[in-house]
Ligand binder design. Structure first.
Ligand code: AHR
Length: 515
């Protein structure tokens, strides 16, 4: 057997030993868990979601209106609320995305009949009647038990407008904005902590240079006044390291709490390929883009470390996920796509990366929650389904606010032609009750992998697990077969002599619990 060595990451080395389950079983991936070390808290906010006024995310998604025959609370679907509560979603970003820099919040308050209609010029050119506005969103967050993350308009809005929004939702005492809020039926402030100061300022948020945006940020952020606000600067597009450097250099510590980063996964930006029925090449290329998240976080973090060695400022990956061609026959501006086992691979591998970068990544938001891009929920009329990505998020929720267990991994390569990717990714944590969890992803399309995990002498008594996999990598749940893909009990994990041996099938995600 030919052996090669490649260094992918700081802590990850890889070796090639391409043996599938059909041939002799041989340990290919070796993981060493430093069970006695404390890797710090994995912020639950890494498991955040995103709801933009885009396509069928809000209207005909979350929000069907009070008069709908679909069971709802104040117009928000009860089935969606129940499903998202089961994920413990920690935060929800709204109203965009690109829409945020076109959104004027005062259009969305007061009696619905009096709210002006506008055109959603960004997404599909449809009429936006503003029937879902600030109160609707913030009260929905209460229903969901999640923290709102509001994205302010620094592109087409004014400093005064954003300053007023902060005062409207957060000010306890008497002021023109809090009086207006009370007049509109909300006595108590919502106390929103997370605020985006614009979105993609380098593109749809105003096509600004980083130098120009730094000036804008400083002005807008100064007048966003209130206690305990967490202000996030519009961050880099993928590998625009100059953007991050300019922000870190130009914005004083104390005026900025987070720096954003956006990175999507696809075979290529120009040829995104279909969401279902993709080729092996398209699958491989997508996973290559998804795994690049590790390099991006490492390099952006290194820049942040120069200016903020104490790691006070969070890297906020507030848009990530798979982006493919829209489903045939749907509005191209609505970004509706199916969600397959490929999406589950993107989710599992990306969340492992975030968990392992818990020191710098403090918030992340999957794009998007309902009916848009890599959605966890799809709806059709009264029907609703949970996507494979939903199930990954549900399996991984054990890592929320848990303590990371540092680890090293040596894994084989997933090869296509002369290209290769690391076959397996892993992250691990221990929760407040003392239960340890290991999440493993094997992205190989055809090969199972045997994984041995050295537990460094910790005497665990029992291992339980669940797995998500299917027959084909483009398998998905549809409205006629909503439960085709769902987690199942995982029996191929054996605990013996302080070692765990796991047989992970091709394209699968498993989460193990050790007690
Ligand atoms: O998530 C879809 C869009 O992608 C967002 O509106 C924008 O911020 C990004 O370019």
């Amino acid at each position: 057997m030919m052996m090669q060595k490649t260094t992918w990451l700081k802590t990850i080395c890889l070796s090639v030993m391409g043996i599938g389950f059909s041939t002799a079983m041989q340990a290919q991936t070796k993981v060493s868990l430093q069970t006695t070390q404390n890797g710090g808290t994995i912020s639950k906010h890494i498991y955040g979601h995103f709801a933009e006024h885009l396509g069928r995310s809000i209207y005909d998604g979350f929000y069907v209106g009070e008069k709908s025959t679909i069971p709802n609370t104040a117009g928000v679907r009860n089935d969606i609320v129940a499903a998202l509560k089961n994920l413990n979603i920690p935060n929800l970003r709204w109203p965009g995305g690109c829409f945020a820099d076109r959104y004027h919040w005062k259009d969305g308050i007061g009696p619905k009949a009096d709210r002006p209609s506008i055109v959603n010029t960004m997404w599909g050119g449809v009429t936006e009647d503003n029937s879902f506005g600030t109160h609707d969103f913030l009260n929905m967050c209460k229903l969901l038990g999640t923290e709102p993350y509001l994205a302010g308009n620094t592109g087409s809005g004014t400093v005064q407008e954003l300053s007023d929004w902060v005062q409207y939702v957060n000010f306890e005492g008497k002021s023109p904005m809090s009086d207006l809020r009370v007049q509109n039926g909300q006595e108590k402030p919502w106390n929103v902590k997370f605020w985006g100061v614009g979105n993609e300022a380098w593109g749809c948020g105003g096509n600004m240079t980083p130098e120009y945006y730094v000036g804008e940020y400083r002005r807008f952020a100064t007048f966003m006044e209130g206690k305990d606000l967490y202000k996030v600067a519009s961050g880099a597009n993928v590998d625009d390291y100059h953007w991050t450097e300019t922000l870190m250099k130009g914005i004083p510590l104390g005026l900025m709490d987070g720096v954003a980063l956006h990175h999507y996964s696809f075979p290529s930006w120009e040829k995104k390929g279909p969401a279902v029925g993709f080729s092996e090449q398209q699958y491989f290329e997508t996973m290559k883009t998804a795994l690049r998240m590790d390099e991006l976080i490492t390099k952006h973090s290194a820049i942040m470390d120069k200016y903020d060695p104490a790691k006070k400022i969070g890297l906020v990956v507030d848009e990530w996920g798979g982006w493919f061609e829209v489903e045939q026959g749907t509005n191209p501006g609505f970004l509706y796509q199916q969600n397959t086992m490929r999406d589950a691979m993107i989710a599992g591998a990306t969340l492992n990366i975030f968990n392992n970068h818990n020191e710098r990544v403090k918030i992340a938001n999957l794009a998007q929650c309902v009916n848009v891009l890599q959605a966890v929920i799809l709806t059709k009329g009264e029907k609703m389904l949970l996507s494979p990505t939903y199930h990954v998020m549900e399996m991984y929720k054990v890592h929320q606010d848990a303590t990371r267990i540092p680890l090293t991994i040596e894994t084989g390569d997933y090869m296509l032609g002369s290209e290769k990717l690391p076959a397996v990714s892993v992250s691990a944590s221990v929760d407040a009750a003392g239960k340890s969890h290991i999440s493993l992803v094997n992205i190989q399309s055809k090969k199972g992998e045997e994984i041995t995990i050295d537990l460094k002498g910790k005497n665990f008594k029992q291992v339980n697990g669940r797995i998500l996999t299917s027959g084909k990598v483009d398998d998905h749940n549809d409205f006629d077969h909503p439960d085709k893909i769902k987690p199942a009990a995982f029996k191929d994990a054996v605990l013996k002599d302080g070692k765990l041996t796991v047989k992970l099938p091709a394209f699968s995600v498993a989460v193990l619990e050790l007690i």
